[in-house]
Ligand binder design. Structure first.
Ligand code: ACO
Length: 325
């Protein structure tokens, strides 16, 4: 049997209609459009309406990705959903998507690696496909981060938004295409610098409610250092150099993090994909939403080298190098 690889055969995204602008936030906390634009790079973000759950966004993105791939839902072997904000811990979001899209032959599992979850889920799908166990896997990242925000805390509430993105990964025997290399990393010694207290079995009496808590400066420093290291490693693991990269999609958390990475890796602005101004940080959904927009904008052509690079709570970080088919 020839070596199998995994190629992206479809992409999709789903964003809530409702927009929350910096001007809206100025009315809620002591902040300004100028501060948010300069310090973070966000102009507006999307916000799920009441009754619009993570699974709805996930299913919409998955349907689009399936339609583009042309693969019938019954031929999907596995659905993986990265999320930090599931509708419920069980049933999993992936099971709700499985029901919604009629993928009657698929297994379904949620993946928890915070903002890096899309890379972890893609890596899991890649190994399933490479091993020959599965042919078609839908990988989704879907988040309603606004459900976990303290709207009186200006340090965090201006940063995040809601959305979902999806890809269909399919087996291919075409050597040298699709996913070329992956790096998955974690360091639990920094678990405390970014967390969602009261979101599980542990009770945090010191925090009221379930709201994102972050030591922004520490997270910033780790994000730059770790994403630079991971992107460098993954490109080398693929047998390439950074100069070979045609499109670089970094996690969209802060424009200053993206700029610092671009400078350190020497990636010119036209090769760096940025859409943070429109959506803010949608946690693990930033990468597949950006990938879907890159495809819509014709930014990827066959043979191009794409690098995905993410960082998040845990700490976790990871990167993937892909040759576009
Ligand atoms: N509006 C106005 N002023 C503000 C706001 C706001 N929304 N937020 C903070 N400030 C003020 C602070 O109070 C501080 O004021 P002071 O100087 O009077 O004390 C000043 O701005 C500077 O605050 P810093 O925290 O030093 O600001 P910084 O430049 O570090 O930006 C930020 C903060 C945006 C959070 C940044 O540190 C950051 O982006 N960190 C990384 C976030 C990230 O990458 N997250 C990724 C993972 S997310 C996940 O996994 C779920």
């Amino acid at each position: 049997m020839k070596d199998l690889t995994a190629v992206i055969t479809g992409v999709g995204k789903a964003l809530p209609e409702k927009r929350l602008t910096n001007a809206d936030l100025e009315k809620m906390v002591e902040t300004s459009d100028e501060w948010i634009s300069k310090r973070v790079g966000i102009k507006e973000r999307r916000m799920a309406e009441d009754g619009e759950w993570t699974s709805h966004l996930a299913a919409r993105a998955a349907r689009d990705a399936l339609a583009m791939s042309g693969i019938p839902a019954e031929q999907i072997d596995l659905i993986l959903v990265s999320t930090t904000t599931p509708d419920t811990l069980y049933p999993s979001v992936s099971c709700l998507v499985q029901r919604a899209i009629g993928a009657v032959n698929a297994g379904a599992m949620d993946v928890a690696a915070a903002c890096t979850g899309f890379i972890y889920a893609m890596g899991t799908a890649w190994s399933m496909i490479r091993s020959g166990l599965m042919k078609n896997v839908i990988v989704i990242a879907a988040e309603v981060v606004t459900s976990s925000l303290d709207w009186t805390d200006r340090d965090t509430c201006v940063l995040f938004g809601d959305g979902a993105g999806a890809v269909v990964l399919s087996a291919s025997e075409q050597e040298g295409t699709g996913i070329l290399a992956m790096r998955l990393r974690a360091d639990g010694t920094y678990a405390d610098i970014l967390k969602l207290p009261n979101s599980g079995s542990r009770v945090f009496p010191e925090y009221a409610g379930r709201f994102v808590k972050m030591q922004g400066n520490d997270v910033f420093r780790h994000a730059v250092r770790d994403m630079v290291e991971c992107a460098t490693d993954v490109v080398a693991a693929a047998g390439l150099t950074l100069a070979d990269v045609d499109l670089f999609i970094p996690h969209q958390a802060n424009i200053r993090i993206i700029d610092a990475i671009a400078t350190r890796l020497n990636v010119p602005p036209e090769k760096m994909f940025v859409n943070i101004e429109n959506y803010g940080n949608t946690s693990s959904a930033t990468l597949p939403i950006a990938l879907c927009e890159a495809v819509e904008q014709g930014r990827l052509k066959p043979g191009d080298i794409l690098v995905l690079d993410a960082f998040g709570a845990g700490l976790t970080w990871g990167a993937m190098a892909i040759r576009w088919k």
